[in-house]
Each structure stands twice: as structure tokens, then as C-alpha cells.
Design a protein around this ligand. Structure first.
Ligand code: IPD
Ligand code: CA
Ligand code: CA
Length: 262
């Protein structure tokens, strides 16, 4: 299948998933807890994932499928051969059940173990961010570039890695460190959306101490294709095979401002 046709198919699936989210009712009534502090799942997370499993499977039958609600959080050697979808049906579940916005659909297609095509859809603002490796990043079809300003003139986003409370002291030490070197901090509640904000050029830097592959695979490709640098917090390249810390900065952030000093 031609790449554009595949991307259009992935976008259509993400839109339909977004429709299921927008039309959701009685969300809190369908909540159950997962392992980890404040880690919830709703009937809609499962419903959206089941829909995407069918829709993406029909689009590219040879591709393997890793979804958050399946439980496994690392890629096997088989997943790293050929095509594999890595999907977070609803990134920002706590936002979704409280009504705080946004929550997004995140779909990455990996090829031989690295992200190759991606779509992140915010159904509340009708924003579809996409990327194909080496093809640039787009929002609703228009090319996008990350911000070209120094850190001191930028906002910084962070995630709290809330399911791993032992990471809180380090997270907030990093907040104090970056706060002293940027305009101010923000927290959206969706790591995929945080990375999309880098791609859209609204913020200069994002960090979180622990994310799962489905949180960052799609939006990570979109951020890189918009010109961002993306590594783990030690500056190492991502291995795209399981959980990782994430550090991402826009084009304008100097190397000496990229790394934490705390
Ligand atoms: C979470 C969100 C949140 C981030 C967490 C993620 P979920 O994903 O991306 O912003 O701080 O680390 O797990 O559980 O809402 O899909
Ligand atoms: Ca997530
Ligand atoms: Ca999720």
C-alpha cells in the first residue's frame, strides 16, 4: 500500500476513535483502577483500543499490534521485525474522566523497531498531527516546525510520572531547575499532547521521568520531524522498545540549556 493511502487510513481510524471519545457518557461510572498511583482505565479506553485493533488490522494485516490496554509494556524481538502498530487509545485518561482537556488518540507505526508513521488526534480541538519518517510533521495537513527561540524565551512542559510516586522528588527538582531558566512551566496531562506542543511550536522543552512506548512513539516521531531533539534524560538516543525517560527540545534550545542541571 502506498504511504499516503496508509496515512489517510490511519487518520480515518484516529478520527473515528476520537468520535467515540467525544460522544462518551457516564465515564466515571465505567472506571476501574490499574496498578500504580491514580492509574485508571475506563470502558472507553478498552472500546477505543478494540476499535483500533480491528481498523488498523484491516489496513495493514501483516502489522503486529501493541496497545496499552493489552498489558505488555515492552516490544519483543518479533515486534521489532517489519511493521508494528503501537497504540495508546486514550492518552490522558485522567483528563478524560475528569473533563480536563485534552485527551488524545495516539497511533505509531514502527518499521523494524523505530517509528515510521504517526498520527495523534485531539478530538476536542479537531487537530490531527501526523508525520512520516523524513517527510516532516503536519497539523491538519499543513507543515509545522518547532520553535526557534532560546529556552529563556520559552515555556517548558513536564509530566509527573504520577504512577511512579518514587520519582516525584526528582521530577520537582527538575521543575525548579528549568523554571529558573525558562518563562514558566505547564502540565497538560497527556504526554503525547506535550510532544505535539513541541511540534506545533508553542513550547520549548518537555521532560518526564518515565513514560511507556505508547505514550511517546507517535508524538516523538512528530516532534523529531518538526525539528526537535529527542533523547532520554541522560541524552542517550531512544531505543523504542519499552519504557523510558523522555527529554525533548525545540530547534532554538541551546545544548547547554537542554540538559537538567539539578
Ligand atoms: C499518561 C499521560 C500523562 C503522563 C503519564 C502517562 P495515560 O498516560 O500521558 O501525561 O504523565 O506518565 O502514563 O495513562 O493517560 O494513557
Ligand atoms: Ca498514555
Ligand atoms: Ca492511555
Amino acid at each position: 500500500m502506498d504511504t499516503n493511502e496508509l496515512l489517510r487510513g490511519v487518520e480515518a481510524a484516529a478520527r473515528e476513535a476520537g468520535r467515540i471519545m467525544r460522544e462518551a457518557e457516564d465515564i466515571r461510572a465505567s472506571v476501574t483502577a490499574k496498578a500504580g498511583h491514580g492509574n485508571f482505565v475506563t470502558a472507553y479506553d478498552r472500546r477505543v483500543q478494540a476499535y483500533l485493533f480491528e481498523a488498523l488490522g484491516a489496513l495493514l494485516p501483516e502489522a503486529r499490534f501493541i496497545g496499552e490496554e493489552d498489558g505488555a509494556d515492552a516490544f519483543t524481538d518479533d515486534d521489532r521485525r517489519g511493521f508494528a502498530f503501537c497504540v495508546d487509545p486514550i492518552d490522558g485518561t485522567t483528563n478524560f474522566l475528569t473533563g480536563f482537556r485534552p485527551s488524545v488518540v495516539s497511533i505509531a507505526l514502527l518499521r523494524d523497531g523505530t517509528p515510521w508513521l504517526a498520527a495523534v488526534y485531539n478530538p476536542y480541538a479537531d487537530l490531527m498531527l501526523t508525520a512520516v519518517r523524513n517527510g516532516g510533521a503536519r497539523c491538519n495537513g499543513a507543515p509545522i516546525r518547532s520553535l526557534d527561540l532560546p529556552l529563556r524565551d520559552s515555556l517548558v512542559l513536564f509530566g509527573t510520572a504520577a504512577y511512579n510516586q518514587e520519582l516525584a522528588p526528582r521530577t520537582f527538582a527538575l521543575c525548579a531547575d528549568y523554571l529558573a531558566r525558562c518563562i514558566d512551566l505547564r502540565r497538560t496531562g497527556s504526554a503525547a499532547w506535550d510532544l505535539c506542543q513541541l511540534a506545533l511550536g508553542t513550547v520549548g522543552l518537555f521532560f518526564e521521568l518515565r513514560l511507556q512506548l505508547w505514550d511517546f512513539a507517535a508524538a516523538g516521531l512528530i516532534a523529531m520531524e518538526s525539528g526537535c531533539r529527542l533523547t532520554d534524560l541522560d541524552g542517550k538516543p531512544l531505543t523504542w522498545d519499552g519504557p523510558s525517560s523522555i527529554l525533548c527540545a525545540s530547534r532554538g534550545v541551546a545544548r547547554e540549556d537542554y540538559f537538567p542541571r539539578a
